[in-house]
Design a protein around this ligand. Structure first.
Ligand SMILES: Cc1ncc(COP(=O)(O)O)c(C=O)c1O
Length: 369
C-alpha cells in the first residue's frame, strides 16, 4: 500500500533537526565545562541554562527550573499543586497527556470549550460564578495541541482577570510559542502577570524532542517547592543535555533552528490545507498560524473510529479527536504536519480521503440494509 505516513506524532522530521549544530554544541559543552557537565548537578537544572532562560523571560533565575522535557515540569507542578478532588480547568480539547496526568492524580477535571481564538472565557466565568473553585487552569496559548488555535490578546487579559478575582493559578503550557509562521506574536501571560501564572516551555519543538529539555517559570517560593520534589525524584536532570542546549542557544544555532523549523512548518501547513480543501471539502478546520497541528472536524455523525481503522489499512496514522476529551470528539481528528514532507502530506491526505469515502459507503450500505 506504499510507505507508512504518520500524522500522529507531534515531533519534527529528521531533516529539520540541526544534527551538526547539536554535535558542535556537545563538543563545546564538554570542552567549556567538563566538571559541570559530568557532575550530578542539582534539581534546578544546569545553572548557565537556567540563567539564559531567566534572561529570555526577564525573570530572576530563582523563578526558573530546567527539567527533563516540559512533560516532567507538568508532572512536578501537578504534584505540588493538585490533590485528589481538586478542580482543574482544562481546554476542550486538550493535550492528551495532560488529561492522563490529571486523571491519575484524581483531579476533578473541568473542560471548557475551545474556540478559534482560545478558551471560551465567558463559559469559564459562568462556571466560576456557579461556584467552581479551581486551583489551576491549564492553558496552551499558542498553536494549541491538539486544535492549533491561539488565545487572543483580549482573552489573555480576561483570563488573568478571572484568575485574580477567583484566586486560581494559570498554568501557561507554551512549547510552540516560537513557531509562529503567520501573524504577530502575542505577549505571554507570564509577562503580563507573573504572580498569577506558572509557565512551562520546551526545546523539544524548536531543537529536538530527544534532547529532553524543558522548563518551568513561576513565583520563586513555588519553584523552590517544586525543586524539592524534583530532588526526591531524580536528584537532578541531565546536565549533559542541558549543557548542550545552553551552547546551542549561545552560538545562535537556536535562532537558526527555529527559522528552519518555521519555514518547513509554513510549507507543510499550507500543503495540508490545500490538500484537505481539494480532497475532503466537507471537512472543517482553522488554518494554523504556527505550531505542529491542524484539527479537523468531519461532518456530524462521521465515525472517526472507523476512519482510523480504514486509514491504518492504508498505512496512514492520525490521533482521534476523542483522545483529547473526556467525552465527545467522535467526528474530529488531529493531524500533525511537523513530521511529514509536503509530498507525504499530499499522498497521506489522498489516502485519508479514500478511507473516508470507504467508511461513508459502508455506513450508507448498513443504513440501506
Ligand atoms: C502542550 C504540550 N505540553 C507539553 C508537551 C511535552 O513536551 P516535552 O517534549 O517538552 O516533554 C507537549 C508535547 O507534545 C505539548 O504539546
Amino acid at each position: 500500500m506504499g510507505k507508512p505516513i504518520s500524522f500522529a506524532r507531534g515531533a519534527p522530521s529528521l531533516d529539520i533537526v540541526d544534527v551538526d549544530g547539536l554535535r558542535t554544541a556537545a563538543e563545546r559543552a564538554f570542552s567549556a565545562d567538563p566538571a559541570g557537565v559530568t557532575a550530578y548537578g542539582t534539581a534546578i537544572g544546569y545553572p548557565p541554562l537556567r540563567e539564559w532562560i531567566a534572561e529570555y523571560h526577564q525573570v530572576e533565575p530563582e523563578q526558573v527550573m530546567v527539567t527533563n522535557g516540559s512533560m516532567q515540569a507538568d508532572a512536578f507542578l501537578f504534584e505540588a499543586l493538585v490533590e485528589a478532588g481538586d478542580a482543574v480547568v482544562v481546554e476542550r480539547p486538550t493535550y492528551d497527556r495532560t488529561l492522563l496526568s490529571l486523571r491519575q492524580r484524581g483531579a476533578d477535571i473541568r473542560m471548557v470549550e475551545l474556540e478559534p481564538d482560545g478558551i471560551d472565557v465567558a463559559a469559564l466565568e459562568r462556571m466560576l460564578d456557579a461556584g467552581a473553585r479551581p486551583k489551576l487552569a491549564h492553558i496552551i496559548p499558542n498553536f494549541q495541541n491538539p486544535a492549533g488555535c491561539t488565545l487572543s490578546q483580549p482573552k489573555r487579559e480576561a483570563l488573568l482577570e478571572l484568575a485574580r478575582a477567583h484566586d486560581f493559578t494559570i498554568f501557561e503550557d507554551d512549547p510552540y510559542a516560537a513557531l509562529r509562521f503567520e501573524g504577530s506574536p502575542l505577549p505571554t501571560m507570564l509577562s503580563m502577570d507573573g504572580d498569577a501564572v506558572v509557565y512551562a516551555s520546551s526545546f523539544s519543538k524548536t531543537v529536538c524532542p530527544g534532547i529532553r529539555v524543558g522548563y518551568l517559570v513561576g513565583p520563586a517560593e513555588l519553584i523552590a517547592k517544586v525543586v524539592k520534589i524534583a530532588t526526591g525524584t531524580y536528584i537532578s536532570p541531565s546536565m549533559v543535555a542541558q549543557a548542550i542546549v545552553h551552547q546551542f542557544c549561545l552560538s545562535g544555532a537556536l535562532e537558526r533552528s527555529i527559522e528552519t523549523v518555521k519555514v518547513a512548518l509554513r510549507e507543510r501547513a499550507k500543503t495540508l490545507c490545500e490538500a484537505l480543501r481539494s480532497e475532503l471539502p466537507e471537512a472543517r478546520f482553522v488554518e494554523p498560524e504556527g505550531g505542529y497541528f491542524l484539527w479537523l472536524d468531519l461532518p456530524e455523525g462521521a465515525d472517526v473510529d472507523a476512519l482510523f481503522r480504514a486509514a491504518a489499512e492504508r498505512e496512514v496514522q492520525f490521533v482521534k479527536g476523542s483522545d483529547f476529551m473526556l467525552d465527545g470528539g467522535g467526528s474530529s481528528l488531529r493531524l500533525a504536519y511537523s513530521g511529514v514532507t509536503p509530498a507525504e502530506i499530499e499522498e497521506g491526505v489522498s489516502r485519508l480521503a479514500e478511507a473516508y469515502r470507504d467508511v461513508l459507503v459502508g455506513v450508507e450500505r448498513v443504513s440501506a440494509a
